[in-house]
Structure formats: C-alpha cells, structure tokens
Ligand binder design. Structure first.
Ligand code: NCD
Ligand code: ZN
Length: 415
C-alpha cells in the first residue's frame, strides 16, 4: 500500500463515540485509517474533533450579476471559515441559469474564484434542455413562487416538465410555496410577512408536488412547518438554521426577512424539536446575502434573504457542546446526508472518501460577530449566538484554513 503523504491524528466519531484515530491521505483521498500510522507528514490534533468537511447544498453566491452582495471568492471563503468544504450554488444569478450556455459562462466566471468545491444548479423551466444541462449541473432548482430574482413556473408547467424522462435520477430542489395561498396584505414586519406567505402555502405546495409523477429525486428545500415534513415523508427534505433558531419574536426587522418567512416562536420551537428527534434529513443554510444598504430599506421594499454559510456548522457544533443535539445528528444532516443525496464521495471520514476535513477545538465556543465574518454583506441575523469555528480545514488533503487564516486560495474544484 502507498505510504500516506499526510497523516492527521485526532478525535473522530466512530459509531456513537469519538475515538482518537489516524487518517492517512494520498492524492486528496483517505486511503487508510488506524490507531497508529506513519506518513511523510504527520499532524497531531489529538485534542481536537475532526469532522468531514461540511456540505451546504443551498447557497446563493450571487456571481455573476449581484457581486455587490457577494461573489464566488467571498462566498466560498465564508464557507471555508465555517468548516464547509463543498457548496452548491443556486441559479438565480444574473442572467438566471436556464440554458447550457449560461451555465458554461457561469462556470467560466467562477472557476478561479472557488475556495471550496462547488456544484451549480440549473433552473428548471418549461424550455429547459435537461439532457444538456444535466451534464454540467449538479441538479435543478424549481421555484414555485416569486422570490428574490427568480422566475416561478406554474403548476401545469411543473407537471409537464417533471415527467421528462431525462430527469430520471436527477435531484430537483423545490422552493415549495403555492402563490395561490399568499395573502395580499401590507407587509410591514416579520409577522405580516409570515401572514402574507403563510405556512399553509408551503404545506399545499409540498402536497401538490408529491402528487405529481416524476422519476427525478425530489428534494424539498427550507421547510418551515411540521405538516410539510409529514407531507414530504419519503422524500428528501431540508431545514435551515434560521427557521430552527429564529422566529418572528427573537429577531427584528429586515434582518429576519426571508422566504419562506420565519414563523412564530411556537412553530420555531417545534421545528427545533423535530430536528433534535432526527426527523430532518439535511441542514442547509440558504445563504442569501443582501447588502446593508438594501436591508435598511423600509420593510416592504427590502429584499428577502439572509447570510448563513459560515455560521451553519459552527452553530450546530455549539449546540453539540451544550448537549442540545448529538454530534452524530450534526454530521448526518450537515455532511453525510447531503453527500448521499448527490452521490458525492464526501461527507464521511472513511477509506475512499475525499480528504475534506474540518478540525475543531470543542472547548472554544465564541459569540458570532457579523463584522468578523467573511461574507461581503458584512452582517448576520445570528449576532451574539454561540458558535465553534474550525481551527484547521483541509480540502482534498490540502490545508486551506490554518489557525483562522485562509492559507490557500482558489483550491475549489467543480464536483
Ligand atoms: C433568496 C435570494 O435572496 O436569492 N431569498 C430568500 O429569501 N431565501 C431566494 C430564495 O431562495 O427564495
Ligand atoms: Zn434559496
């Protein structure tokens, strides 16, 4: 067997227990694991927890077209500083990614800016050339309702497009809100925003999609209601940290304005409980930054969306440290299940998997400060929340974050 180029020693979750173990790496892959290993280089992080690099399947990196909010360099830098080594980027950039040419152009633009591995979604429309798009896209995004810079398609169009046999085995991520259930009311704060796009609109949308015929793998993005999770039983589902931790009463103003809306504190608490009880498949950030200038507009005019790629995994680990959730659950929802959905050789510390590793000192809980984060937007709705940020991050066996510094830039590759 080839001698490892690099051996990293640290605490790794094996079954239900963290054990001190050596991880041997050759050519960016984990090739051997054992109690004692020798390699060309040896790093001893015995006191630290080693996790698989996080995988965030729902981000809006804004490049091209909205680079005043974020660009692929800053967005993937934020991911890396949060221990996330793979991100999937949504298609509502400018132009919207609907054609193969638009997808190719976007890939060219972002290629050299990527600090973590990435995949791009294409928007699913009635005219999509699915056969061509699926060669380059990681999956498809389906917008059922109007939201920031996205064009929704109608229920009839969705029904038609979902039966296309070219979608067989492809992941379709659904923004499930039925616009027929929206209420035309004046939106002046988080509660009226919630009332205008109520949870019932989501429940109806999930119900509608589950009754459609398709051979695609349907994935429900950012669900906000327990009934939606029930309706989506047997399908892939996702929850965001903000819907689990924030409500219309613990965050105020446009910093909490997002689609689907934050719900009231009771509903939020029930979502958190569902997460703790392992009823949720994937935690994704829906990282959707807007500038401070846009967010200080009057509530009704300010765009929906909030940043979260850097804080997702660190906040989850703080919850592990305070014994509110298990490490196994965090690894499953932030690393393993996302990789499984997209059949990626990632999200697991085991022989044959990519050596994407995030290394944490679990005794270093800090408070989140918006101006210390790396997103271009410069703010967070999670100001003051507990988090544990990684000390070291490895992408394909190469260290990209070391002691709080980005030491290697532009190492991200298309998955
Ligand atoms: C997203 C954005 O700003 O791109 N906003 C949001 O509120 N989540 C769009 C979206 O996914 O709805
Ligand atoms: Zn989104």
């Amino acid at each position: 067997m080839t001698r490892p180029e690099l051996v990293i020693k640290g605490r790794v979750l094996m079954g239900n227990e963290a054990q001190t173990i050596c991880i041997g790496i050759v050519d960016g892959k984990i090739t051997v694991m054992g109690k004692d290993l020798d390699g060309d280089e040896f790093l001893d992080y015995s006191k630290y927890l080693i996790m698989p690099g996080g995988i965030d399947i729902h981000t809006h990196m804004r490049d091209p077209g909205f680079t005043d909010k974020e660009d692929f360099n800053t967005g993937t830098m934020a991911a890396a500083f949060g221990g996330t080594t793979t991100i999937l980027d949504m298609p509502n950039t400018k132009p919207m990614v609907t054609t193969t040419q638009q997808l190719k152009d976007k890939l060219d633009i972002i290629e050299k800016k990527a600090n973590v591995d990435y995949g791009l979604y294409a928007s699913l429309t009635p005219d999509s050339n699915i056969k061509e798009l699926k060669e380059l896209a990681v999956g498809f995004k389906l917008f059922m309702a109007e939201t920031t810079s996205a064009i929704p398609i109608s229920e009839d169009e969705i029904r038609d497009v979902l039966v296309d046999p070219e979608l067989d085995g492809q992941v379709v991520s659904v923004h499930a809100e039925s616009p027929e259930r929206f209420r035309d009311i004046e939106v002046t704060d988080l509660t009226t925003h919630d009332d205008s796009r109520p949870a019932s609109a989501e429940v109806v949308a999930v119900d509608t999609i589950t009754q459609m015929k398709t051979s695609a793998i349907m994935h429900f993005a950012h669900l906000t209601d327990l009934m939606s999770f029930e309706k989506a039983f047997g399908y892939s589902n996702e929850i965001t940290p903000h819907h689990m931790l924030l409500s219309t009463s613990n965050v105020h103003g446009t910093k909490g304005k997002v689609n689907p809306p934050l719900r009231n504190i009771r509903e939020q608490a029930s979502l958190f409980t569902a997460f703790v009880k392992a009823q949720v498949g994937i935690v994704a950030s829906d990282h959707a930054p807007h500038t401070v200038g846009e967010k200080i507009l009057p509530f009704g005019e300010a765009p929906s969306g909030l940043p979260g790629v850097e804080t997702r995994l660190p906040m989850m680990l703080a919850l592990v440290q305070s014994e509110q959730v298990s490490l196994g659950l965090v690894q499953a929802t932030c690393c393993h299940n996302p990789a499984k959905l997209f059949s990626l050789p990632k999200g697991q510390i085991d022989v044959g998997f990519d050596a994407d590793l995030s290394i944490f000192d679990m005794n270093k809980t800090t408070k989140i400060e918006g101006d210390k984060l790396h997103s271009k937007c410069g703010w967070t709705p999670f100001e003051g929340y507990n988090a544990i940020f990684p000390e070291h991050v490895f992408l394909g066996g190469e260290e990209i974050i070391s002691d709080g510094e980005l030491v290697r830039k532009g190492k991200g590759k298309k998955i």
